[in-house]
Design a protein around this ligand. Structure first.
Ligand SMILES: NC(=O)c1ccc[n+]([C@@H]2O[C@H](COP(=O)([O-])OP(=O)(O)OC[C@H]3O[C@@H](n4cnc5c(N)ncnc54)[C@H](O)[C@@H]3O)[C@@H](O)[C@H]2O)c1
Length: 418
């Protein structure tokens, strides 16, 4: 019989991952304390509010807070389990920046008591969970940390990577299969007891390094396949062939499933995680590195095509539709659309460019310095534009009447208006 988690649980990081996880656990009757270093986030969650947009999260947070199951603080509380869901960006040299994870582990250490569980959810290079155990062990020599092949540890340390899709987090956090990798099998079993509270998918137990690598591999797989589609787009264009038609036809083969090209790869998972593999085995990761380079170059390819189209006009006006990194979310982090718009604005400083996104109310930081950019409603932007560039397939854009686009040069980077 699998053991059930009982007790209080603290989650460090009330972001896109930590907050939905906190709610999922709190609504199963466990007292959850959300911890964040950002006072505005702590204040928002304490009021039962969500500081970002994610469907169905707001109602769940307000309910969990109203029931007294979810609270928020900037102090590390005493708890029976700690989940670390803090950022793992990369450094200039594209190695993983583990400073947030290290800080979180060191903050937890003084609070730990024998029997506590520590789960790293942040996406991390192989060996990071072991480092978390090491950082804690250095600060708490009184505690026996888990070691391979040994039993009888005081603290149980594991990695449980997150694979939810923004925009569907509240569904997928429950339905996805979960990989739980422990520093020892006992650690994995202990950590799994937390996820059994709410996960309806299968819980797959393994070792910590395999769990870390599996998550990175998932995103590298996506990245390589998107790079393939993006490269096909360039090749097809140079041969005057419609890439969407080619992909549609090729995908009728029973064992072919080519992804869609786009303006680049965004968010802070797929463009980041493959680099953690490359930096772990630089000589052996040639395909993964090349895919990253193809996708990183993609916003430049798209911007160059828009600039070339603009040369055909004497005084063109351009409408760029979409700024977020994917459809129907408000997240502009690592958004290729933002990069494309910035590159066009820089290359065409005399050209008026209207930018429209139903989820964005102010121009993101990287675009704030361009005087030729203006946020505008989609219909007004399209009406006034000679060139319309679709960068994100938000539903309102997809629903836009084709008649509105008549007589304009349309560059649909997502294939949404086909
Ligand atoms: N967003 C996604 O779709 C997604 C999907 C899978 C995995 N991940 C991974 O999950 C992790 C978290 O990502 P996110 O999108 O939730 O990030 P986020 O930026 O939305 O949230 C992270 C939060 O952690 C807080 N924080 C930083 N250091 C802290 C500390 N020491 N103590 C407490 N709080 C601290 C920040 O203030 C922020 O609110 C990353 O490793 C990411 O790669 C994210």
């Amino acid at each position: 019989m699998s053991e059930a988690f009982r007790g209080r649980l603290a989650i460090l990081g009330m972001g896109y991952i930590g907050l939905p996880t906190a709610v999922a656990i709190a609504t199963r009757g466990v007292d959850v304390i959300g911890v964040d270093i950002n006072p505005a986030t702590v204040a928002a969650v304490s009021r039962g509010e969500v500081p970002f947009v994610e469907p169905d999260l707001a109602i769940a947070v307000s309910g969990a807070v109203a029931m007294g199951r979810l609270t928020a603080t900037s102090e590390i509380p005493e708890a029976d389990a700690f989940i670390i869901a803090v950022p793992t960006p990369f450094n200039e040299d594209r190695t993983a920046d583990l400073s947030y994870v290290e800080a979180a582990a060191k903050q937890i250490a003084p609070r730990l008591r024998p029997g506590n569980i520590v789960v790293l959810e942040s996406t991390s290079p192989p060996g990071t969970t072991e480092k978390v155990g090491g950082w804690i062990g250095d600060l708490r020599p009184d505690l026996r940390m888990p070691r391979d092949g040994e039993t009888g540890a005081d603290i149980f340390v594991a990695h449980c990577p997150e694979r939810v899709l923004p925009g569907r987090i509240m569904i997928e956090i429950v339905t996805n299969d979960r990989v739980v990798g422990g520093l020892t099998p006992r650690c994995a079993e202990k950590a799994a007891s937390i996820y059994r509270l709410f996960a309806q998918g299968e819980i797959l137990l393994t070792d910590a390094a395999s769990a870390e690598m599996a998550k990175l591999v998932e995103n590298a797989y996506r990245d390589v396949n998107i790079a393939f589609a993006n490269e096909l787009s360039l090749i097809s264009e140079s041969l005057h062939i419609d890439v969407w038609e080619v992909i549609r036809l090729a995908n009728r083969h029973p064992r072919v499933s080519i992804l869609n090209p786009g303006p680049g790869v965004g968010g802070h998972c797929i463009p980041v995680d493959p680099w953690f593999i490359v930096s772990a085995a630089p000589q052996l990761s040639r395909l993964i590195r090349t895919a990253r380079e193809v996708n990183d170059r993609r916003p430049h390819d798209v911007a160059e095509r828009v600039v070339a189209k603009a040369q055909r006009f004497r005084a063109p006006t351009i409408a760029c539709l979409g700024l977020t990194f994917k459809a129907n979310v408000d997240d502009v982090r690592e958004s290729p659309a933002v990069e494309v718009v910035g590159l066009i604005a820089k290359a065409l400083p005399e050209v008026e460019i209207f930018v429209s996104d139903p989820y964005v109310s102010t121009l993101p930081g990287p675009l704030s310095g361009y005087s030729n950019l203006r946020l505008e409603g989609a219909y007004q932007a399209v009406e006034r534009a000679d060139i319309v560039v679709l960068l994100v397939e938000h539903e309102p854009f997809k629903a836009m009447r084709h008649t509105r686009l008549g007589g304009k040069v349309v560059y649909d980077t997502r294939g949404a208006w086909r």
